[in-house]
Design a protein around this ligand. Structure first.
Ligand code: SAM
Length: 156
């Protein structure tokens, strides 16, 4: 089983490119839920992830409903409204698929997803001087926390 990053309607190509690069370097599958705010041929996306794009296991969905229908595992929502810190959740079971679901840069995750998976809503600590952390930074933090708990799985 594996770790998965799920981006709900990402808008900024450089964020997705950065996340793709981290996914390629850690064996993490990237799931993109449309509509995307860019073309995957976009120059900025290529600049951020160019040499790595072909190493990525990347899957596309036309809607969040389609994504949930076609995947199976444990879903975690990443949101500043989460009641638990991401470090309080146990990701150590490598027999499961762990799906880390991130919201859109401008509007986050829709209410129905927030309600359905409220028990697994996780927050990365921050103070009140900013509205939120950068999407690609949050994805990197989560991937490496999961890998740390899983013993890094052959990464060196
Ligand atoms: C730029 S933020 C979205 C901000 C949006 N206005 C909102 O209120 O959710 C993009 C995504 O990054 C993730 N994120 C940003 N800050 C976070 C935090 N402190 N804890 C967990 N996830 C965070 C969430 O998945 C969020 O949907």
């Amino acid at each position: 089983m594996a770790n998965h990053i799920v981006l709900y309607q990402p808008e900024i190509p450089a964020n997705t490119g950065n996340i793709g690069r981290t996914c390629a370097g850690t064996g993490t599958t990237l799931h993109l839920i449309r509509p995307l705010g860019f073309s995957t041929d976009d120059k900025m996306l290529k600049r951020a992830g160019l040499d790595y794009w072909h190493h990525m296991d990347i899957r596309y969905y036309d809607s969040a409903e389609e994504f949930f229908e076609k995947t199976e595992g444990v879903y975690y929502l990443l949101t500043k409204f989460g009641e638990r810190f991401h470090t309080e959740m146990d990701f150590s079971d490598t027999d499961r698929n762990h799906y880390f679901v991130f919201g859109r840069e401008t509007t986050g995750l829709p209410d129905w997803i927030m309600e359905r998976y409220a028990d697994n809503a996780l927050r990365i600590p921050m103070n009140d001087k900013i509205r939120s952390l950068n999407l690609s930074n949050t994805a990197a933090i989560l991937i490496y926390e999961a890998l740390r708990q899983q013993g890094n799985q052959g990464l060196h």
